[in-house]
Design a protein around this ligand. Structure first.
Ligand code: AMP
Ligand code: ZN
Length: 431
């Protein structure tokens, strides 16, 4: 099943021709209307006409998070203020937020991209979506909401938090589909356990869309089996509309990225040079179908790879692999580069580990991993916990080449966040 079958299954040659046409229009639009881009293009000695084919995109300058912040609030608008109907923002860890603006056509387009994603996972207008993402400046709530509405699903705009009420809504209205962050999903799963709810028997859940933060395949497997649902990976970022940029289909083999709306590149994060399909690097995206605020060659800082192999679902748009993490999530302990996902992968594959963890960086030499054991694992026999800790230390050492300290915590005792989780606590002193 497709939402926009013709666009989703375009032959590659036609898709690339459409991309070229839209890219040329976008370059002209920003050159003519956004002083920032005119200046940047001139610095790189390019004009919109310098792009003859898609590979010429490499001649054009990147746009960074800092460029968006420097142009806050509306320096990158490519149309009049009167044509803008909505804005969203995303805050970085430092400085001003990044503001992104949408015209009516942009919003309609983004709702269609979401509807494509939902249909690709098997949703129909008979499904009931409980949207457990925050409604407001964050895109996760509203952007998903309008896409699901376009498809005709019944939406329960429950937003984040109040887990007991969330469960009541699921029961009372027969929710089939959830949209939430993986960290909140882990919390929800432990809440089900604590309250003696068996989701497979007591609820009508079929699937969940999880995104907004990185998580591992091991976490997906755990959540699928503990909740008796299918989990689909959902990738997006405010700068590119929010959710609906890339989504898994029922094959669950990577996320289709809507190439008639986004031009995709993977570059070496250090040199900025393009990398071939299949190699991991930083995802760089250009909006090619946006009126309000087109963005050229946006450095997402997210690390992934393109999988160009045709998917058996029939969609011709390439897939990106699960996000390894952000280029800036990496930390160094004893000279070794470590991504939090490497740690999560180990934790979630070990029996006896519960649903929550935290990585505490103590110094350039030491880190402590605090991890909950699962409910029912500790039966009063301390040897069990000792052996779990030993297993974790050894497996972590093998995966990240550094021996961490591991502290086990009672289920439900580590802090939970309702939005994006804060997994890494950095207590290293900066001199
Ligand atoms: P925001 O603009 O606040 O929605 O944040 C977007 C960022 O969240 C992305 O650049 C990614 O770093 C992260 N993100 C979103 N979806 C996923 C996902 N499915 N897997 C990993 N990271 C994600
Ligand atoms: Zn597919």
């Amino acid at each position: 099943m497709f939402w926009q079958m013709e666009q989703e299954t375009l032959k590659r040659a036609k898709l690339e021709a459409l991309q070229l046409k839209r890219l040329k229009q976008t370059l002209k639009r920003v050159y003519d209307n956004v002083p920032f881009y005119k200046k940047e293009f001139t610095k790189c000695k390019v004009k919109p006409a310098s792009l003859k084919s898609l590979i010429d995109i490499e001649k054009f300058p990147f746009t960074t998070r800092e460029d968006l912040q420097a142009n806050y609030p509306d320096g990158l608008l490519a149309c009049g203020r009167e044509d803008i109907v909505r804005l969203h923002t995303s805050s970085g860890t430092t400085g001003k937020p990044k503001a992104v603006f949408f015209t009516k056509a942009d919003l309609d387009n983004s709702a269609n991209l979401i509807a494509r994603c939902l249909v690709a996972t098997g949703c129909t207008k008979h499904d009931i979506l409980q949207n457990m993402m925050s409604y407001g400046l964050f895109t996760g709530g509203l952007v998903m909401h309008y896409g699901a509405e376009k498809l005709g699903m019944l939406i329960i705009p429950s937003a984040v938090g109040n887990t007991d009420r969330q469960i009541m809504l699921m029961k009372d209205f027969g929710t089939t589909t959830l949209h939430l962050t993986p960290s909140y999903a882990l919390y929800l799963a432990s809440h089900f356990e604590a309250k003696g709810i068996n989701p497979a028997k007591d609820l009508k859940l079929k699937r969940a869309f999880m995104g907004a933060e990185p998580y591992t395949e091991e976490t997906r497997i755990r959540l699928e089996s503990s909740m008796g649902i299918e989990v689909f990976n959902s990738y997006g970022l405010t700068e590119m509309n929010g959710p609906g940029v890339a989504f898994e289909c029922t094959e669950k083999n990577g996320m289709h990225i809507w190439e008639d709306n986004f031009l995709v590149e993977i570059v070496n994060p250090e040199t900025g040079k393009q990398l071939p399909d299949g190699e991991y690097g930083e995802l760089v995206l250009t909006t090619i179908n946006r009126e309000g605020m087109p963005i050229i060659r946006y450095r997402t800082r997210d690390i992934t790879a393109i999988d160009p192999i045709r998917c058996s679902c029939g969609r011709t748009h390439v897939r990106i692999k699960r996000i390894h993490g952000r280029a800036d999530d990496m930390f160094i302990i004893r000279g070794v580069n470590i991504y939090p996902q490497q740690i999560e992968q180990v934790l979630m594959s070990v029996n006896g580990v519960g649903k929550n963890y935290q990585i505490v960086l103590e110094s350039s030499e030491d880190m402590t991993i605090k991890v909950e054991f699962s409910k029912g694992y500790f039966d009063g026999n301390l040897d069990n916990l000792k052996s779990l800790r030993g297993t974790l230390v050894e497996k972590l050492k093998a995966a990240i080449l550094v021996r961490p300290k591991v502290e086990l915590a009672e289920p439900g005792t580590l802090p939970v966040s309702e939005g994006k989780s804060k997994r890494v606590i950095d207590n290293r002193r900066v001199y």
